[in-house]
Design a binder for this molecule. Structure first.
Ligand code: ZN
Length: 311
């Protein structure tokens, strides 16, 4: 599962756990035909059995994620999940009841940023889908196979905006330059991730630990303040170290931090290790963390708390 750091997480259950995994290869844009906030969309899907999307976007740019992007969501019919396991990431956007109105500037900005993230995080290619199963970007009515009985969604005005603004903006953003934000927003996104379990550590060997759902703690472009916690169980006296590193995705180059000593496992067989770091990540750069013990030990619990500022 993957969660977009710039969206507010409002996880839909049981869908999020119950629906099968996908490998996301497409991004499909919708209008929800209701002037709803992202939270109102969440409440609607939570309280009904209607087909949900991965993301919801309000008129004011409020963006929520309901389902991880590597789990199937159900608003694109045959593109939800194909027999080969690939599928589409979907966003529903607030609109008037007939979905004839254009996206607001705030909606366009968020769609562009999300589209850029999907390119960097999942490798969705920077092109408009050429067929119903072709990897790329599209809007709901682009292919008949994406709806059960045909649809005008997201509406004429938004199809024009997709072609003139949203898709070109994603290409520009993904190839180096983010569009400038419509207003200065100094407030960071707060990220809290907690996961049970973790890897078994072999003596003296560093092991990568995903603090949440996947190995990167954070991906640029952003600045951040992060603390990673790990509960480690093993023989009393076992010494534990952690170290951060940056990974440049384009070159595969790692830049390792110095190890940080986290202390020794106590008489109760438990150590709560923690390391913190502040920094900046460039586009296509990831922050990850590794852990090492000098005897065999087991990671039992992982938590990440972070503040993230996007440019
Ligand atoms: Zn639609």
């Amino acid at each position: 599962m993957a969660w977009y750091p710039a969206a507010t997480r409002m996880e839909l259950q049981p869908e999020s756990d119950a629906q099968p995994a996908i490998r996301p290869t497409q991004f499909i844009l919708h209008s929800v035909a209701a002037p709803w906030t992202a939270r109102r969309m969440y409440e609607y899907w939570r309280d009904s059995t209607n087909l949900e999307s991965h993301f919801g976007l309000g008129y004011a740019g409020d963006l929520a994620q309901y389902i991880g992007t590597e789990t199937r969501a159900d608003s694109n019919y045959q593109a939800n999940r194909r027999p080969d396991g690939t599928g589409a990431v979907s966003v529903e956007t607030a609109s008037n009841l007939q979905h004839t109105d254009p996206w607001t500037d705030q909606q366009i900005e968020q769609l562009v940023r999300l589209g850029v993230w999907l390119h960097h995080h999942h490798g969705i290619p920077l092109r408009v889908c050429r067929s119903a199963s072709d990897p790329g970007y599209g809007y709901h009515r682009l292919f008949r196979a994406w709806s059960t009985s045909g649809t005008a969604c997201p509406g004429d005005a938004r199809v024009r905006q997709f072609n003139d603004e949203v898709f070109p903006g994603i290409v520009t953003g993904a190839t180096g330059q983010l569009p400038p934000p419509s207003e200065e927003d100094p407030m960071p996104t707060v990220i809290n991730e907690t996961r049970a379990g973790g890897p078994t550590l072999q003596p003296g060997a560093y092991t990568l630990i995903p603090m949440a759902y996947d190995p990167p703690l954070l991906q640029g472009p952003c600045s951040y303040a992060v603390t990673a916690y790990a509960t480690v169980k093993g023989e009393p006296g076992t010494r534990v170290q952690m170290r951060f590193h940056d990974l440049a995705l384009a070159t595969g180059r790692l830049s390792l931090d110095l190890p940080i000593d986290c202390g020794v496992i106590g008489p109760d067989g438990v150590l709560n290790a923690q390391v913190s770091r502040n920094g900046i990540l460039a586009t296509n750069e990831q922050l990850r963390v590794e852990i090492q013990a000098d005897r065999t030990a087991k990671v039992d619990w992982r938590v990440m708390r972070a503040l993230r500022w996007t440019p």
